[in-house]
Design a protein around this ligand. Structure first.
Ligand code: AMP
Ligand code: ZN
Length: 468
């Protein structure tokens, strides 16, 4: 029996995880909308889902993990208005929507590999599941849950009495404060599009024929249609960012529970909190974002970002700062150095000595995936005077099944300190520019040095450089 407990948004409490089918955990994670690069905030849901997946596997469960790729229908507004993010990005770049989608999907997959995320079993694309989405909307229509207006086919939320339950919504309040810019013909503000008709005069690349006319699926539909295909009518765990609770996940539940006559459709709903950056949510819309690539350019190892992620609990909002990232990188390098030191140990560990630490590490992970606590146990191992090098090797490599920090394989990077008066002077100028927030100048200096093959690394002790 699994002893993993998770905080379930559906019941607002921590619960012991029991899969529907013994020995098999079925998990669905809302995936990226591939119209732009995924920033560090966007990567948090996948690091979190990966930690969950590893924990489930460590419980001896077979895992079927589905992460969808949204490549159509996600509008710039949650209220079924605005532009399609994919179409807009394609028009701006003068490219095909499919090319944009392929490009950013690849980038995201590369980031996942760099971060040591275990590949999911299925990565379904919305555009490759249009018939499934139409079929689902037809079921809902046949059961009387829909209505048609000039804008598209809509789900009538009044027909689903549990609609407000999941997110504890105040629908009357919503009615009073109906959003300006919403689709005027909608019966209730909460109603949402299953199928959208293109706006007259707006050229679209991605449209399909349907029983209701040419158009494209509403964004929420794909998750219901693809999860049933790969995981069945009811499954174990659904993950996503906290921002999805009120609209996207609420709508997924409405579609699936009404179409498949199940309740609860998903047993455990797990949501990760945001990363803040510069005092607000890291978000593409405000532009306050950093990409994993930006961290690599600054000399960080990708897995140092995974370490940063593990330092916080997934349900806690966290501020991302470069200073905190420096601290995480230092911690990561030290932990890796400890692991590298004992990696080659051939001796057998002492079972009695390592058992209590194994138990405490597992307890931490089993307690709603408490990564910071688990990481603290790993640190305790490195410091323990009682444990032999073989004990340490055995423990650290075992812990890395969950942590995914490459403790068995990665080479610790040592920032060597070279000296060259000209380069040191340039770096001093760059520091001065950074201190006065002249980031363009600072960036220019770093790029000039890079062009010469000099890599600059910012460390807590100040910038260091090395030759490529
Ligand atoms: P978006 O591209 O905004 O649709 O977001 C894709 C996923 O990333 C969603 O699951 C969001 O909840 C999540 N997300 C977006 N911004 C952040 C952030 N700053 N911190 C954590 N997760 C985020
Ligand atoms: Zn979804």
């Amino acid at each position: 029996m699994s002893t993993l407990t998770v905080y379930n948004t559906r019941t607002r409490q921590k619960e012991r995880f029991e899969p529907i089918e013994p020995g098999h955990a079925r998990v669905y994670s809302c995936g990226p909308t591939v119209y732009a690069a995924q920033h560090l905030g966007n990567l948090r849901p996948y690091l979190f889902a990966d930690l969950l997946r590893r924990a489930l596997e460590a419980e001896g469960l077979r895992v079927t993990h589905v992460i969808n790729i949204t490549d159509v229908g996600h509008l710039t507004s949650d209220a079924d208005t605005g532009e399609d993010k994919m179409e807009r990005a394609a028009a701006r770049a003068g490219r095909k929507a499919s090319e944009i989608a392929a490009f950013y999907t690849e980038k995201w997959l590369l980031d996942r590999r760099r971060l040591n995320c275990v590949p999911p079993e299925v990565l379904p694309k919305a555009t490759e599941h249009i018939p499934e989405q139409i079929a689902l909307a037809q079921i809902l229509e046949a059961k009387g849950y829909t209505y048609r207006i000039a804008d598209g086919l809509y789900f009538d939320t009044r027909k689903f009495p549990r609609y407000a339950e999941f997110a504890r919504l105040d629908l009357e309040g919503q009615e009073a404060g109906a959003r300006i810019g919403d689709v005027p013909e909608k019966h209730q503000p909460a109603d949402f599009a299953l199928w959208k008709f293109p706006v007259a005069g707006v050229e679209r690349q991605q449209e399909w024929d349907s029983p209701w006319g040419r158009g494209f699926p509403g964004w929420h539909l794909e998750c219901s249609a693809m999860s049933v295909k790969y995981l069945g009518k009811s499954f174990d765990i659904h993950t996503g960012g906290v921002d999805h609770i009120r609209v996207h996940h609420t709508n997924e539940i409405a579609q699936s529970e009404c179409a498949f006559d199940v309740h609860p459709w998903v047993r455990y709903w797990l949501h990760n909190e945001f990363y803040e950056f510069g005092g607000e949510k890291m978000a593409k819309s405000t532009g306050n974002v950093l990409l994993l690539e930006d961290l690599l350019e600054r000399g960080f190892e990708p897995l140092a970002f995974r370490y940063f992620f593990l330092q916080g609990h997934y349900r806690q909002q966290q501020s991302f700062t470069l200073e905190a990232m420096e601290a995480a990188a230092t911690g990561y390098r030290r932990l890796l150095a400890h692991a590298a030191e004992v990696r080659g140990e051939k001796g057998e560990p002492d079972r009695g000595r390592i058992a209590p630490l194994q138990a405490r590490f597992r307890e931490a992970v089993r307690d709603d995936l408490n990564a910071p606590r688990a990481l603290a146990v790993a640190w305790e191992v490195t410091r323990s005077p009682e444990l032999s090098p073989a004990d340490k090797r055995s423990l650290l490599l075992e812990f890395d099944r969950w942590l995914g920090l490459g403790l068995a394989t990665e080479e610790p990077r040592t920032a060597s300190r070279e000296s060259d008066p000209r380069i040191d002077a340039l770096l001093a100028r760059r520091e001065a520019a950074r201190a006065t927030r002249e980031f363009a100048t600072a960036d220019r200096i770093r790029k000039e040095l890079e062009a010469e093959g000099i890599l600059v690394e910012d460390t807590p002790e100040g910038p260091r450089w090395r030759r490529r």
